[in-house]
Design a protein around this ligand. Structure first.
Ligand code: Z5A
Length: 234
């Protein structure tokens, strides 16, 4: 019988930081900036990754998901495909990096499944909880930075970045879907304030970066020694 192997949670462990938010919130931009800062300051290895994807097999599933292959089967089937990608990503990349003591910065993780397939897609929260239990187990983020901004602003940014290539499966959803997404991410932050920090992502990139550094320095002070606790400057 095949059962999930989560490893021993008591083992030496690095830090797991996830970035969440709607389209065009600036996650990729800010992950690159934080990675550079942590590489210079923390004295630990930094692993930058993303979902869906992050490992070769999960990247293959990403191409299918963003191409809309699973959409006709509904949010439950889509969630299962995101989970299939996540299992490989956790096994091949995230857990080994954490066991080496590295800091893992991941662009989207479980909260995207909760928001996109759950709150916005209509999938039952009990199903999502069960999937998280068997797929993620104890490998939960230590800190989740939720980059918050009005969906109209994020979609406009994503369109400029896309350079006229057309929207992907999720960008193509109606504005109402993106409004529900924003509310879902904020509800997650309210429900798990010890894990989540909300960052006002509508500001210029330098101001967003400063707020993220303040949140990391406050919540995970070992990662930014000497930066001091300046409070979450969201
Ligand atoms: N999905 C799901 O449904 N379920 C799941 O479980 C998971 C994911 C894990 C992945 O798409 C899709 O999969 C995603 C959810 C779904 N939906 N979509 N689409 P993706 O990885 O291709 O896309 P994304 O995660 O939404 O990222 P993004 O659109 O690339 O945006 P971003 O990384 O947050 O932003 P960015 O690339 O850093 O910035 C976007 C543009 O804005 C760019 O031109 C920047 O230069 C500019 N920018 C960045 N910051 C600023 C500020 N502060 N001011 C002005 N302009 C800025």
């Amino acid at each position: 019988m095949i059962v999930p192997r989560f490893g021993d949670p008591a083992e030496a462990r690095g830090a797991f930081v996830t970035f969440e938010g709607g389209e065009g919130a600036g996650k990729s931009t800010q992950i690159a900036r934080l990675a550079e800062t942590l590489r210079a300051r923390s004295g630990r290895g930094v692993c930058v990754t993303r979902e869906p994807g992050g490992s070769p097999r999960a990247e293959e599933i990403r191409a299918a998901l963003l191409g809309g292959v699973a959409k006709p089967y509904g949010p439950f089937a889509e969630a299962l495909l995101f989970c299939a990608a996540r299992i490989d990503h956790l096994d091949r990349l995230i857990r080994p990096a954490l066991q080496r003591g590295e800091t893992v910065l991941c662009d989207r993780f479980i909260d995207s499944t909760r928001a996109y397939q759950g709150a916005a897609g209509g999938l039952d929260p009990g199903v999502l909880t069960a999937l998280e239990r068997v797929v993620v187990g104890p490998t939960r983020p230590d800190l989740t930075l939720i980059l918050d901004l009005p969906p109209e602003v994020g979609l406009a940014r994503a369109a400029v970045r896309g350079g006229g290539q057309g929207a992907d499966r999720f960008e193509a959803e109606a504005l109402d879907f993106h409004v529900r997404l924003r509310a879902a991410f904020l509800a997650i932050a309210r429900a798990e304030p010890e894990r989540c920090a909300v960052i006002d992502a509508a500001r210029d990139p330098d101001a967003v970066e400063a707020a993220i550094r303040a949140a990391v320095a406050t919540r995970l002070p070992d990662l930014l020694p000497g930066e001091g606790s300046r409070g979450d400057a969201a």
